[in-house]
Ligand binder design. Structure first.
Ligand code: TXA
Ligand code: MG
Length: 340
């Protein structure tokens, strides 16, 4: 079983950091809080340790891993070339939930890039993540600390449940801040492309770059980020998105209930009174502040999957954090299909 150590982000314990650093140096795996979701960290320069991440998570080997750095300077040794635009974005958004894609340097292991020629890097802002990176003194590669395909962990308890018997240490630093992962931005082509919408809004990136940024929507062979083709964020029970409240959605709920199925709803404060009494309602936040919805989304999915047979969700506007929220919901939803 993993060691499970509490840490106060406002008063970081040196003993806990020392223990984590020792495990990383010995090639072990440490789960730690970041401002987005919990990460599963290994020494980014130890291939044996990196391989353990794929085994613990049951992650496909072609899915590359983000390298986390404590200092911006480290980017210059991990990547071959740092553009002016990348520098501008790092200056404005780091530390924070923006991951940038760079041409890799020869120091980067193939396991981290999925065999490709690019590397994803970010500097997290969570005090525990930053303290760990600086105590360790070099880069830590870390995917989200969940079993592959499952909703990302926003609490240490989620990590314990998915990976408790597969890793060496879980640092419990309480709930994360954002609750959705970082925005992954590829600046290596002519047009900047968001490969994964996340906690850093597209609009903010466009404002700093002074130009439009595209969102990758394609399918098929030319997938720029292998992670995009794998099913993601899915709870154990089917999740359906209610696309349209004007349709026959209440009857559909009744049908499920007649079949003996328990129905759970991820609801916004504004729509809570729409739903019939025979569903299990979880109010995840308010539409007036989408950060509240984002921060509760994965936790509520993990809670409801234990309580009901079907989960329903509302839709959210495709702007600001809404883009990341809808991306996670679409990927989590049952065979990516609509229910109405
Ligand atoms: O917020 C986050 O980004 C969290 C925390 C722990 O930092 N990490 C995270 O990692 O979400 P992961 O592995 O669960 O998701 C990383 C995504 C995947 O979709 C992966 O395919 C993509 O980033 N990615 C990583 N390296 C890449 C690369 N070199 N080129 C293209 N996409 C890459
Ligand atoms: Mg993940």
């Amino acid at each position: 079983m993993a060691k499970y150590l509490k840490i106060d982000p406002n008063n970081i314990s040196k003993e806990v950091l020392d223990c984590a650093v020792k495990i990383l140096e010995e090639g072990g795996l440490v789960a730690f809080p970041t401002e987005t979701v919990y990460g599963l960290g290994a020494d980014a320069f130890n291939p044996t340790a990196i391989r353990k991440i794929f085994i613990a998570k049951e992650r496909p080997l072609d899915n590359p891993i983000i390298v986390h750095v404590g200092r911006i300077e480290e980017v210059y040794s991990i990547s071959e070339y740092v553009s002016y635009e990348a520098e501008k974005l790092m200056k404005n958004f780091w530390p924070g939930p923006l991951t940038l894609i760079f041409p890799r340097s020869s120091l980067v292991n193939d396991l981290i890039t999925g065999g490709g020629d690019k590397v994803a890097i970010r500097q997290p802002s969570h005090p525990v993540a930053l303290a760990l990176l600086n105590a360790f003194g070099r880069a830590i590669c870390a995917p989200s600390a969940n079993l592959s395909g499952r909703p990302s962990p926003t609490k240490a308890e989620h990590v314990l449940k998915d990976l408790g018997d597969r890793i060496d240490l879980i640092i419990n630093g309480g709930e994360v801040i954002w609750g959705v992962e970082s925005t992954v931005l590829d600046l290596t082509g002519e047009i900047p492309i968001i490969l994964r919408p996340g906690a850093c809004p597209k609009e903010d990136i466009e404002r700093i770059l002074g130009k439009k940024v595209e969102i990758w929507k394609g399918k098929g062979k030319d997938i720029p980020s292998p992670g995009l083709k794998h099913k993601h964020y899915a709870p154990k029970v089917p999740l359906y998105i209610i696309e349209n409240f004007s349709e026959d959605w209440k009857n559909k709920i009744d049908e499920f209930i007649k079949e003996g199925k328990r129905v759970g709803v991820l609801a916004s404060e504004e729509y809570r009174s729409f739903y019939p009494d025979n569903v299990k309602l979880i109010v995840i936040g308010t539409r007036k502040n989408l950060a509240t919805i984002a921060s509760n989304l994965f936790g509520a999915m993990r809670y409801l999957e234990e309580e009901v047979d079907i989960i329903l969700s509302e839709t959210y506007p495709l702007e600001g954090l809404g883009l990341a929220i809808m991306d996670r919901l679409r990927r989590a939803s049952y065979e990516n299909s609509n229910w109405l």
